[in-house]
Design a protein around this ligand. Sequence first.
Ligand SMILES: [Fe+2]
Length: 214
Amino acid sequence: MSPKKRETELQRINQLEEGAQRAKPILHQHAKEIQPFGKIAKLPIALDETACESSVNNLNQVLADTITLRDMYKKHHWQVAGSTFYQLHLLFDKHHGEQDELVDALAERIQLLGGVSIAMAADVAETTIIPRPPRGREEVPVQISRLLEAHEFVLKEARTMAREASEVGDDGTNDLLISDVIRTNELQVWFLSEHLVAMPLTHPEQAKAASGGN
Ligand SMILES: [Fe+2]
């Protein structure tokens, strides 16, 4: 582009933008974070900072593990194979949705306690205690076993943390852990566990024995 043409172009752009500066988005902004992770910005909820800190630390651990469990459900929803594909595809997605609701409730409770909730995948990966599954696909019983182990990690820590929340006077956290986290996880464990019972599909065991195993 010639300098003359360039000059005309710039004038045209200036004319177009004139008077619209205040409506333009200000992009590429950077500043120091307003609250570092691990610090408490106390809200007037009649709980002292140390109680909030204790609950925030515990809830961030359950949050990281719940995000991991939620994502494992989606992995298995996509990667499941075999004759029970359709049923498990739907069940895994249902449980994923329920875990996603827990994720939101946990993260928002951390914020209302004045803390900072863990959020990004890399931070979750550094924090979770649930073993990392392989990237590849696994058989149904292995998928379900992995999910059951993850549920048990969450249930164990949630029970301990519910008691700790009660001890520091944080009844809201105690209630969230018991009424939502523990009850949802227990119910999902039941639905999964029943899939690992060795149950013949076409021939009851008793009838098989009576007919000489044929
Ligand atoms: Fe889907």
